[in-house]
Design a protein around this ligand. Structure first.
Ligand code: PHE
Length: 344
């Protein structure tokens, strides 16, 4: 028996399988239910007590040798199947995840909201489908007045004027809803999408995004309006940005103005973005017309207010030097990927 065991031990130690099949043959030969070890244990049962003492130990050691060899070889086959060593270099860095990025319009919108929030303004929202009252009449647009044509409207239901239903042309409609629903003071901004029936080109689109603002309280003056917007521009474009106000007209504000900022790209020296004037218009503003306050149930003798409205696209164009409005809504990943660094 000792001779046999020595012989088998040498065979086991020298065994190198060429593949997993050979290893399986090895297992069946030594460790299988009809294998050599089983057979040796059968023979062991019938030896005398003296031999039992000697061979018991030898046989167990032999069994452990066969099992250890098998387990070791099996392990190396398993790991090779999962990680073929030839193809995977585990020391290489990982590939990382493809992370999305914020849309440039969201980045600008959030920046604008943050600036006004720090001044105590809250955010108000309203419906994109509006009735005539909230989009026009309450805002002092006389019926059949050409001022309604200033904002090429997409009508959903065109009736007699005051029953019209349309896609909102500005978020001033949210100002009306807010004033109707509450009591002064109001200090809010209204971000949102608006629609105008314009041919789509690099400079115009049938929808765009606005942030409008409203401040109504006792003794609100044009000086408050100027200082608020001046502060806003310093925050958005940096200290030292110049502003200028030009008289303008809106049915819902009196007096009205348009505000220009010194071109943030050429710093006023003149470039194609500012059409070589050094200035770019970024918003319309004015003192809320007393008629609008009264239409919304607010005592115009006691309260005054200012309002302003700006297009987010216009501000993003300037900030990122984007010359084609259509890029904002085409979802071209090559365009969107450029804003990756701005992920918050
Ligand atoms: N509602 C105006 C527009 O869409 C902007 C504006 C708002 C102007 C408030 C003055 C005051 O063009």
């Amino acid at each position: 028996m000792q001779n046999k065991i020595d012989q088998y031990s040498a065979e086991i130690n020298a065994f190198v399988p060429a593949n997993a099949d050979e290893l399986e043959i090895f297992r069946i030969k030594f460790l299988g239910t009809k294998g050599i070890i089983k057979d040796l244990f059968e023979q062991f049962k019938i030896v005398g007590p003296e031999e039992k003492r000697v061979f018991g130990k030898v046989l167990n050691q032999f069994k452990q040798l066969a099992e250890a060899k098998y387990n070791e070889l099996k392990e190396s086959y398993n790991s090779e199947i999962v990680n073929p060593k030839s193809e995977i270099d585990l020391t290489l860095a990982g590939e990382g995840f493809a992370v999305g990025s914020r849309h440039p319009l969201s980045l600008i919108r959030n920046e604008i909201i943050d600036i006004f929030k720090r001044l105590g303004f809250v955010v108000a929202e309203g419906p994109e489908i509006e009735d005539d009252w909230h989009n026009f009449s309450a805002l002092n647009f006389p019926e059949e007045h050409p001022a309604r044509d200033m904002q090429d409207t997409f009508f959903i239901k065109k009736n007699t004027g005051k029953d019209d239903i349309a896609l909102r042309t500005h978020t001033s409609s949210v100002q009306v809803r807010m004033m109707e629903a509450g009591k002064p003071p109001f200090r809010a901004i209204m971000p949102g999408r608006v629609y105008r029936n314009e041919a789509i080109s690099a400079r115009a689109h049938c929808f765009f995004h606005q942030v409008e603002g409203l401040y109504v309280d006792e003794n609100v003056s044009f000086a408050d309006l100027k200082q608020t917007l001046y502060h806003f521009v310093q925050e958005l474009y940096g200290e030292g940005t110049q502003v200028r106000f030009r008289p303008s007209y809106f049915p819902f504000t009196e007096p009205s103005a348009e505000m220009d900022v010194s071109c943030s790209i050429c710093k006023g020296a003149g470039c194609t973005m500012c059409k070589h004037s050094g200035w770019v218009e970024i918003l319309g503003c004015g003192m809320v017309d007393p008629n609008v306050l009264e239409n919304c149930g607010i005592d115009s003798k006691k309260y005054t207010g200012f309002a302003f409205g700006m297009g987010i696209e216009r501000i993003a164009n300037l900030k990122y030097v984007i010359r084609d409005l259509r890029l904002f809504s085409e979802n071209d990943v090559r365009f969107l990927n450029q804003f990756k660094t701005e992920i918050i």
